[in-house]
Design a binder for this molecule. Structure first.
Ligand code: NDP
Length: 292
């Protein structure tokens, strides 16, 4: 058996097309241009790449893009003042503070200072609580992208056994909440989980978000399962730098029913969902119907 490859790049392009349509409609019918502000503190190379890519795609779908690049030694007070300014800027509907922040800044304090209505990353404690209680919220972009791919591939997820590998606030926990919301039976595994291969073998759906290159081999996967690989790991192989996921793609592809590649799977979906969340935030702020 060879698994279907879930093409996140193509799926993300269809989401961006829809977002472009919504942006055009908002502008033509209501004279509103959705705006996304991205704040980057310091010069982490991976973060710089993400921020550049987000800014470029924001402009490509017709939205207003604001980038604030701050020095690595920016004080917490200055960062909070900038967020306050963005919170009250009517041209900004979404605010994203690129993580990780330098150590001297309190990430929780910073994220919780963003207006929850503009928190397009869905990390503010209010949005976390709303998601956890099944209420309308801003859903974190990476888990949202994973869920969209799962729904597209499988239709109803009700009753399926899902294993989420990883319990971070950014990916693992919100992913588990979303799958629970779809009526899956959800197990969250982490570094202290016993008999991890056995736990993973029970799953109809595996979402791997551990940050360990190619950790999950094919013989952990139930035949026909759907595997979503969130990991982005940079490794050296044959003298070259290569991006690999948290699953061993070659062996998993032999067993799974469907699997996302790295790159070209979850990554592009994450940015597409960020753009979609910004349009949603803009519609909510203006009392307009949200896109489906
Ligand atoms: P974190 O480091 O915050 O969390 C990793 C999780 O994996 C932890 O819960 C940890 O367990 C668990 N873990 C680590 N090692 C093992 C192990 N050997 N066995 C079982 N569980 C283990 O990572 P993130 O959630 O932020 O990111 C995970 C991966 O996803 C990374 O590769 C990251 O680059 C990628 N990523 C990709 C995105 C995308 O857009 N595609 C977006 C965000 C992240 P414990 O809690 O016990 O320590």
């Amino acid at each position: 058996m060879t698994a279907d490859i879930i093409d996140g790049k193509a799926f993300a392009a269809t989401i961006r097309d829809k977002v472009s349509g919504h942006v055009a409609r908002l502008r033509e019918e209501h004279g509103i241009t959705p705006g996304l502000a991205v704040v980057l503190v310091g010069e982490d190379p991976a973060s710089q790449v993400y921020v550049r890519s987000k800014g470029k795609q924001t402009v490509e779908v017709g939205m207003h893009s604001v980038e604030h690049k701050l020095e690595v030694d920016t004080s917490e007070a200055d960062l909070l003042a900038l967020i306050e300014q963005l919170n009250s800027d009517p041209a900004v509907h979404g605010i994203l503070v690129q993580l990780p922040l330098p150590d001297h800044l309190d990430s929780d304090l910073v994220i919780n200072s963003i207006d929850p209505a503009k928190d397009v990353d869905g990390f503010h404690i209010s949005n976390v609580g709303l998601l956890g209680t099944g209420q309308k919220s801003m859903v974190p972009c990476t888990p949202l992208g994973c869920l969209m791919m799962l729904r597209d591939k499988l239709g109803s997820l009700s009753g399926m056994d899902a294993v989420v590998l990883g319990r971070s606030n950014i990916v693992g926990k919100p992913m588990a909440q979303l799958l629970l919301g779809e009526s899956c039976t959800v197990t969250i595994a982490h570094s202290r989980t016993k008999d991890l291969p056995e736990v993973v073998r029970r799953a109809d759906i595996v979402v791997a978000a551990v940050g360990r290159p190619e950790m999950v081999p094919g013989d952990w996967i139930k035949p026909g399962a759907t595997v979503i690989d969130v990991g982005i790991n940079r490794i050296e192989r044959d003298g070259k730098t290569k991006l690999v996921g948290d699953v061993d793609f070659a062996s998993v592809q032999e067993v799974a029913g469907a699997v996302t590649p790295v790159p070209g799977g979850v990554g592009p979906m994450t940015i597409a969902c960020l753009l979609a969340n910004t349009v949603t935030a803009c519609c909510r702020a203006n009392g307009l119907a949200e896109p489906e």
